[in-house]
Design a protein. Structure first.
Lengths: 194, 240
């Protein structure tokens, strides 16, 4: 997208968000709108499950789509989602490095919290904290595959293509992720996993 | 979804945890800010599932499966219990605190509603709804969802008209559209955009001082707007 700046030009200034005016650009705008509508929540959710903090997730997700806006003419029709998540993977890795979040806790905080009271019924926030504690313990490569498969329903061949890794590697990482998830859920619930 | 997907094959607890992750969605404010930053506004009335980023048919089917297998399950602290009632795509949960913030209330479309504890007693999976409520518009305050969407459509149409006139270099037409917007929807969801267009239209007419005054007003009213930096730059340059 053209990066318009507010600049007085013969007493006229440009509006940053005005859509492009050519028919080609209007088509691109409509395409981008569809891509955004269909994928923003998924990209945002992916970033969160990859450990991007809540206060950074909005910016990170926005950056993913800004990259997509620039690249849109070069993205093949039907490949938009793969492009977005591929970009999201890179951005989440960069953020993790930046935030030094590679070191994760050895303890499963959620599982060690105090015994819940009956009043703590159906606490989505608590469930998400528990979930994040579990995926935080995964190796980042395993975690990436696990999150793409379990939360965003990518199939193994798609994940392999998206990450540029062999099919067997993707399958192996997903298997490890699932095994670890099962083990840690059981651990979080005191050895039971019913 | 592959056959070994935990959402299909996992234990109740595993599926409940996964459902909590799936239900984690961005706020209205997040959606709005991103849509403006990339140069679009969200669709006026996207299908509910599409607005969750689950627009494709396979993902829609997956979401339904998630609803079916997870609905009766909930995390109760460290355990999992069955719930009464089930989530249905046709039965969106009511909006709760997540849409209460004033900033979020101005967001157009794609509302994300997370369940409160009470809501969650009847469902563990929040749904998304086209939510344009909380705008202090005279019409939206008392009417039903369809009317609210219609109202929002009217707001978008006016702003689109203003944009089109601005794009055509028609300052008068732009001002006419934003005047109509402000008259019909005082404090409406797209007031920020309306004011921005007003700045442009006034500048287009050569009203440098007036445009600068409007730009300053914009910065006071919307200091965190994605357009704020550009307006500051404009003000700096126009003052020289």
């Amino acid at each position: 997208m053209e990066d318009r700046l507010w600049m007085p030009m013969d007493a006229t200034i440009s509006i940053a968000f005005l859509p492009e005016r050519s028919s080609r650009s209007l088509g691109a705008s409509a395409r981008m709108r569809d891509v955004f509508t269909q994928n923003y929540a998924g990209v945002w959710r992916f970033l969160r499950r990859m450990g991007v903090p809540a206060d950074r997730a909005d910016d990170a997700a926005q950056n993913v789509f800004l990259v997509a806006v620039e690249a849109l003419p070069r993205i093949a029709e039907g490949s938009e989602r793969a492009f977005l998540f591929s970009t999201a993977v890179r951005i989440s890795f960069a953020l993790r490095r930046k935030l030094s979040r590679e070191v994760v806790s050895d303890t499963l905080d959620a599982g060690q919290s105090s015994t819940p009271t009956p009043d703590q019924l159906i606490d989505q926030k608590r469930a998400r904290e528990m979930l994040d504690a579990i995926v935080d313990r995964m190796n980042v490569d395993v975690r990436t595959v696990f999150v793409l498969a379990e939360f965003e329903q990518f199939k193994v061949p798609e994940i392999a293509g998206l990450l540029g890794i062999p099919l067997g590697t993707a399958a192996s990482r997903l298997r490890r992720g699932r095994d670890q998830f099962r083990t840690d859920v059981a651990r979080a619930f005191g050895g039971e996993n019913g | 979804m592959d056959d070994e997907c935990l959402l299909r094959t996992g234990s109740d607890r595993e599926r409940a945890l996964l459902a909590a992750g799936i239900a984690d969605i961005p706020t209205e404010e997040s959606v709005r800010a991103a849509s403006i930053a990339i140069g679009i506004l969200p669709s006026v009335q996207p299908p509910a599932i599409e607005s969750a980023g689950l627009g494709r048919s396979a993902r829609a089917r997956w979401m339904k499966l998630a609803a079916n297998v997870i609905a009766p399950i909930a995390i109760v602290g460290g355990s999992v219990v069955a719930l009464h009632g089930a989530w249905s795509p046709s039965r969106p949960l009511p909006a709760t605190g997540s849409v209460a913030r004033a900033e979020a209330a101005r967001a157009p479309a794609i509302a994300t509603t997370l369940p409160s504890d009470d809501d969650a007693r009847s469902s563990t999976i929040p749904t998304l709804s086209t939510n344009v409520e909380a705008a202090p518009t005279p019409i939206a305050a008392t009417d039903g969802p369809k009317r609210k969407v219609d109202t929002f459509n009217a707001q978008v149409a006016l702003i689109d008209r203003a944009r089109a006139r601005a794009a055509a270099g028609d300052a008068g037409g732009t001002l006419q559209a934003v005047d109509e917007y402000d008259h019909r929807f005082p404090g409406g969801l797209l007031s920020e955009e309306a004011l921005l267009l007003r700045v442009e239209a006034v500048a287009m007419r050569g009203g440098r001082d007036s445009a600068a005054a409007l730009a300053k007003r914009f910065l006071i009213e919307y200091p965190r707007s994605v357009h704020a930096e550009r307006l500051r730059t404009y003000l700096e340059r126009s003052s020289h």
